[in-house]
Design a binder for this molecule. Structure first.
Ligand SMILES: *Cc1c(COP(=O)(O)O)cnc(C)c1O
Length: 495
């Protein structure tokens, strides 16, 4: 299987090249030239396997240039002993029949671990295959990617990782998680700006010919751990296949398919669900849930993507995004795998901050997706309500999805079985979650609130959160967004 660029029809590369390089030279994203499918018999067979077995079955269809030994090495390294009970993506059924796909049982307690435990293995294996030297990973993060990437790449041979996060756009717990990261190949820096500034800054460095030249002279090359890298997306397809397997095993009636609800930011997670659907997983509607930064809701409803709007800092910071990078892949596929039209849309987004798709594409988009959004007040109310009703505690991001799904059902009467992606542990956002369930216990003490949340809800905080208490930050760097490139050059010592 070869990979194409969303912006240049002439690009055709192996999966190893796509992963090692991260982004196509002209700025396009790599996409599979066709999407492999599985039959009902395949799914039945795969349903009998554990998560590692399921992951191998899916990955081998996309990474056809990897040997079986290489895939075994990557998948075992990523998922053996790194997640609670070796179950990276368990389904939890609520009393009302809804399924919560818990994606936060990894080392950083957010769904990005599913991809970022695997990516370093895929990336170093790919770099070896295509004969690359040292890989420098640049990350822009809204909070969770940064820590998950640091954790995944820490002390991985032949790599460096540099993470930028918005100084006032991540939770205190996320900040502490990143600033305390161990490893001799890691660097963390806050920027004065929001996530989109961080992401644009990183993209600019990636395509800066002068900097790329300097790296090359020093035997180094950039790659990306953001979800623009295909190696981030393909592991996410696995857990939607796995969820379907679990539904089969539970004997659910799936003749009309099932809906998938995803709290969305960069559009990576929900795009993985789309790829799973194309592979034969009977996903009916993809429900795209946003917080107050509802650029995607408007897009799905009108066909106009417009980032020229107020940016809100919300209780679900990992979704505070106005430019959803992975939407580019979706537009490429919606346009019939058309690089020329995608390049035009992206140019319009870069120049005017907006684009509009044609009627045919909009119709297809609306057949696949429903969009909805909710503000912080509704998010916290949802956390309290679901805890009271079902004894289930969700984090702020998951609560956005739960609320949007409730509204979707009320509006459509669509009662198909449903899987709601739960993207973070509630303890990662203790302040907001505690405020929702018992505001009187809130304080300035982050770990005091973790304990209070545990007491009030009779649930246990995950071990990685407990371990952060009393840890001393290694990093306290802050830079202007214009200076990100200097930070990279200084750290790599390539002046
Ligand atoms: C990253 C993240 C999201 C958004 O996921 P995308 O793939 O960027 O759409 C949602 N919730 C949490 C907790 C996250 O960390």
């Amino acid at each position: 299987m070869l990979y194409r660029s969303t912006r240049d029809a002439n690009v055709k590369v192996s999966s190893a090249t796509a992963i090692a390089q991260g982004i196509s030279n002209e700025g396009g994203l790599f996409v599979p030239e066709c999407i492999p499918t599985l039959t009902d018999a395949d799914f039945k067979r795969i349903a009998k396997l554990d998560y590692i077995g399921r992951a191998k079955e899916v990955l081998k269809l996309y990474l056809t240039d990897f040997t079986e030994e290489e895939l075994d090495y990557c998948v075992n390294g990523a998922y053996k002993g790194t997640f609670d009970n070796d179950r990276p993506a368990p389904l939890h059924k609520l009393d009302n029949g809804e399924y919560i796909l818990e994606l936060w049982h990894g080392p950083t307690c957010a769904f990005k671990d599913l991809a970022l435990q695997l990516l370093p293995f895929l990336l170093t294996t790919s770099a070896k295959k295509v004969g690359k030297g040292r890989t420098v990973i640049l990350v822009a993060t809204s909070g969770d990617t940064g820590k998950a990437a640091l954790e995944g790449f820490s002390d991985v041979e032949n790599t460096d990782i540099i993470v930028f996060y918005p100084n006032n756009g991540v939770s205190p717990m996320q900040k502490l998680q990143m600033d305390t990261q161990k490893g001799n190949n890691v660097f963390v820096c806050a920027i004065e700006g929001n996530f989109d500034d961080a992401q644009s800054g990183v993209k600019k460095i990636f395509t800066d010919a002068a900097v790329k030249g300097k790296l090359k002279e020093n035997g180094m090359e950039f790659s990306s751990a953001n979800s623009i890298n295909w190696g981030r997306l393909v592991p996410q397809i696995v857990y939607y296949v796995s969820a379907y397997c679990d539904l089969i095993n539970n004997g659910e009636d799936l003749k009309n398919g099932f809906n998938v609800v995803v709290p969305t930011g960069n559009f990576g997670n929900i795009l993985a669900a789309y790829y799973a659907k194309c592979m034969g997983v009977p996903v009916a509607k993809l429900v795209c849930a946003s917080n107050a930064n509802n650029v995607l809701t408007d897009f799905i409803n009108t066909g106009v993507y417009n980032r020229n709007r107020e940016f809100f800092t919300t209780a679900s910071p990992s979704m505070d995004i106005l430019i959803s990078s992975n939407l580019e892949r979706m537009m490429y596929h919606l346009g019939g795998n058309n690089a020329e039209s995608t390049a035009k849309l992206q140019a319009s987004l870069a120049n005017d901050g907006k684009y509009e798709i044609n009627g045919e594409m909009l119709q297809k988009l609306q057949e696949l997706y429903a969009g909805g959004c909710c503000d912080d007040k509704e998010t916290l109310k949802t956390i309290a309500e679901k805890f009271e009703k079902y004894g289930y505690l969700c984090d702020t991001h998951t609560a956005v999805a739960v609320k949007v799904y409730d509204e979707y059902v009320a509006a459509t009467g669509d009662k198909k079985p449903t899987v709601i992606a739960s993207t973070a542990s509630p303890y990662k956002f203790s302040a907001s979650v505690l405020k929702a369930v018992d505001e009187s216990k809130c304080s300035d003490d982050e770990f005091g609130m973790v304990d209070a949340l545990s007491e009030v809800t009779k649930t246990a905080p995950p071990a990685p959160i407990k371990a952060l208490k009393g840890a001393t930050p290694r990093f306290n760097n802050v830079c202007e967004k214009e200076n990100m490139v200097d930070v990279v050059i200084d750290y790599l010592k390539i002046k």
